[in-house]
Design a protein around this ligand. Structure first.
Ligand code: HEM
Ligand code: FMN
Length: 530
């Protein structure tokens, strides 16, 4: 028998090494074969149909035929890679360790590195409108956050643009988020000395330069190859905090390492902190493992997303997925409403599909008990949308609540965060003294942040503007986006007549237009006196 002799190398006729860093779990029945031969690129290239689909990931060959219809992201995206090296495409959306989730026996063995030229090329990826950032307007021409949209749209493949820019159902929640900021007006004070202003505050005890932070956004690898790393490089330089998504492209620990490295480069002068956004998997064991990992990595707060027991209806993504499936000859792509029974350990990513095992729809308030025991740090509920739940969060001892409708991506016609903020002010103002209240959704102008602060919010989360800035200009864009918001914010403070955030008062804004539409408990039946 031929035994493994060396690590990670193929001599052409020698054995293949199990235990090499990228060796997969080869089915025992195939073990012997794998000890003596590698797979040839030409052989792999012959398996590019839905009847037999092989792909290469990280130098290993996988038979994914049976997995095609079970892939939560749809069959078409994998079939496009049939007979080809899928590593690049795969790494854009999943950590490499995801391959372990393929059905047992899928790994056929290593690819002979001398035969990679014989592999198929993946079906042509959607061309970007432009390929070089030099063709984009100079970053300094972005003077309001909306200016990042057009460059991002040009750089991103259409489906990723769609994924980031659209929302649920007919898009009314997203529109409401954006519009409501404009419906609150300032009531400025004059003739106060506003020569210098202090824009600093703290979030969960961590100092920040400005009362806004970068919202949790999944699968950033779609918008920039350095994904979360590049986003971090931008916002740490500006002293902002960031919330890292469970659905991140890069691993939990890698993201923290990048953060620490960036901090080191700045001589630890940036007050930035990383928090972690948690999507609770259905399996408590998996959830516990994840929480322990997050804690060990050093994240400072757990932001549990509570507005996503299931994924909202991402209409535009659905259309694209149906088109893509048809283009690959898959008339019936997997019905998004009927996910495969198998469970997997990963975060919901994107694409508007239901992802089995990754979102617990049965979570209740009582679950906060065991989560807290494991986590033992500050907890923020992300996605509180009415006064009653704000009060419950207070009673359950949460350190914070984030009023949010998930950027309009979840419940159709869900209230904007500002509407919920007003509801809380009206029906349970005691909440403000007990926990920190954050808002997000549709914030595009730094001046608007100040309205939320006047109404009692601690800070505002900003999502898409940072994502688009990252897509078009990398960390430079993120810095620029932070600069735009901070300059607008500081200017607004001066024009409103305040020099520090503790001077921001509810009477400095006129929220009557929103208050008129705010929910009210049903009045007793009206009795006519006539
Ligand atoms: C190894 C096992 C795999 C697992 C467990 C897995 C899991 C997932 C999950 C959970 C999603 C997110 C769906 C959503 O939230 O909408 C997804 C999407 C996606 N996956 Fe995979 N995947 C695997 C393999 C692959 C492979 C081999 C490829 C090929 C390159 C791939 C490419 C993609 C793409 C492009 C999407 C986005 C789909 C869309 O936008 O509709 N995945 N996958
Ligand atoms: C592309 C994209 C991905 C997102 N991914 C997540 C996520 O993984 N987890 C989460 O809790 N919220 C996620 N959100 C919601 C944001 O955290 C935030 O609530 C929202 O984007 C704020 O609205 P804005 O984008 O209009 O600023 C995502 C939003 C977008 C646009």
């Amino acid at each position: 028998a031929v035994l493994p002799t060396e690590c990670g190398e193929n001599t052409g006729h020698g054995p293949i090494l199990l235990g090499s860093p990228n060796a997969c779990d080869i089915h025992p029945a195939r073990l012997f074969t794998h000890l003596v031969m590698m797979l040839n690129g030409k052989q792999v290239a012959n398996h590019s149909t839905k009847e037999s689909c092989w792909i290469v990931i990280d130098s290993q060959v996988y038979d994914v035929t049976s997995f095609l219809q079970r892939h939560p992201g749809g069959a078409a995206v994998i079939l496009k890679q049939g007979g080809a090296d899928a590593t690049a495409e795969f790494s854009k959306v999943h950590p490499l360790e995801y391959v372990k989730e393929l059905p047992e026996g899928s790994c056929l063995g290593p690819l002979d590195p001398k035969t990679t030229d014989a592999l198929r090329l993946p079906a042509i990826a959607e061309p970007k409108e432009i390929t070089s950032s030099e063709e984009l307007p100079h970053v300094s021409l972005c003077v309001v956050t909306d200016d990042f949209q057009a460059p991002a749209k040009r750089v991103l493949p259409h489906r990723f643009w769609t994924y980031t820019s659209t929302s649920a159902n007919s898009g009314l929640s997203l529109k409401g988020n954006i519009d409501d900021w404009g419906r609150i007006k300032f009531r400025p004070r004059i003739l106060r000395d506003v020569e210098t202003v202090d824009t600093r505050t703290s979030i969960l005890g961590h100092r920040t330069m400005y009362p806004f932070y970068v919202s949790a956004m999944g699968t950033m690898g779609n918008v920039h190859e350095e994904a979360e790393y590049e986003m971090i490089r931008g916002f740490v330089k500006r002293g902002l905090h960031g919330v890292i998504s469970t659905a991140s492209t890069k691993p939990i620990e890698g993201i923290m390492d990048c953060f620490v490295e960036e901090q080191g480069r700045l001589n630890n002068a940036s007050p930035s902190t990383l928090f972690y956004q948690l999507y609770l998997p259905t399996s408590r064991e998996k959830a516990a493992t994840l929480i322990k990992k997050v804690k060990a990595a050093g994240y400072k707060g757990l932001w549990i997303t509570v507005d996503t027991p299931v994924l909202g209806k991402r209409t535009a993504d659905r259309v694209l997925q149906a088109r893509e499936a048809l283009a690959m000859g898959l008339e019936q792509d997997r019905n998004p409403e009927r996910p495969p029974a198998s469970e997997n350990a990963f975060a919901p990513a994107y694409g508007g599909r239901v992802t089995p095992g990754m979102l617990s729809a049965s979570t209740t308030w009582e679950d906060l008990g065991w989560i807290r025991e494991l986590w033992q740090g500050p907890i923020v509920l992300k996605g509180v949308q009415c006064a009653e739940d704000a009060k419950l969060a207070m009673q359950y001892g949460c350190e914070g609540i984030l009023l949010s409708n998930h950027g309009g991506r979840q419940l159709h016609t869900a209230p904007s965060a500002l509407m919920t903020l007003l509801e809380i002010r009206t029906y349970c103002p005691e909440v403000f003294g007990k926990l920190e209240v954050f808002v997000d959704g549709g914030l595009r102008d730094g001046a608007d942040v100040l309205k939320a602060i006047c109404l009692g919010a601690r800070a505002v989360g900003v999502g898409r503007p940072f994502l688009w800035a990252l897509a078009a200009y990398g960390s430079r864009g993120v810095e620029r986006c932070a600069d735009i918001l901070s300059e607008e914010f500081a200017t607004a403070m001066k024009l409103l007549g305040i020099t520090s955030l503790d001077q921001a008062r509810p009477e400095m804004v006129n929220a009557s237009a929103l208050l008129n539409e705010m929910w009210r408990p049903e009045l007793p039946p009206f009795k006519s006196r006539l």
